[in-house]
Design a protein. Structure first.
Length: 99
């Protein structure tokens, strides 16, 4: 792993496919990842989603996701003010390049 960094640097790494985390997080296995925008063809949209998007393809915007300490994949993660100001962000995929 590389040295700690600020959130802006970590976010740039997430946007190219790296998992990022804070050294100060207590939960094991927690990380943030960027899920890039995607267009899901109409025939691939599942029934749960189809009831909210009844017609056509599903245009999904990019978002951050948090893998929690309990193994939950939590879409729509937002950094708190302490997260934004922290200097303890780390690159969990250091040296591996974009995933």
């Amino acid at each position: 792993m590389t040295n700690s960094m600020q959130f802006g640097t970590a976010l740039s790494l997430a946007k190219i496919g790296h998992r990022i985390a804070r050294e100060g997080w207590n939960g094991k296995g927690m990380f943030v990842a960027f899920m890039p925008p995607v267009m899901i063809p109409s025939e691939k949209v599942n029934e749960r989603t189809r009831r909210f998007v009844p017609d056509g393809d599903l245009n999904v915007g990019g978002y951050l996701v948090l893998k929690t300490a309990h193994g939950v994949w939590q879409p729509g993660w937002n950094a708190s003010t302490p997260d934004l100001l922290a200097n303890d962000w780390i690159d969990l995929d250091d040296g591996e390049g974009p995933l």
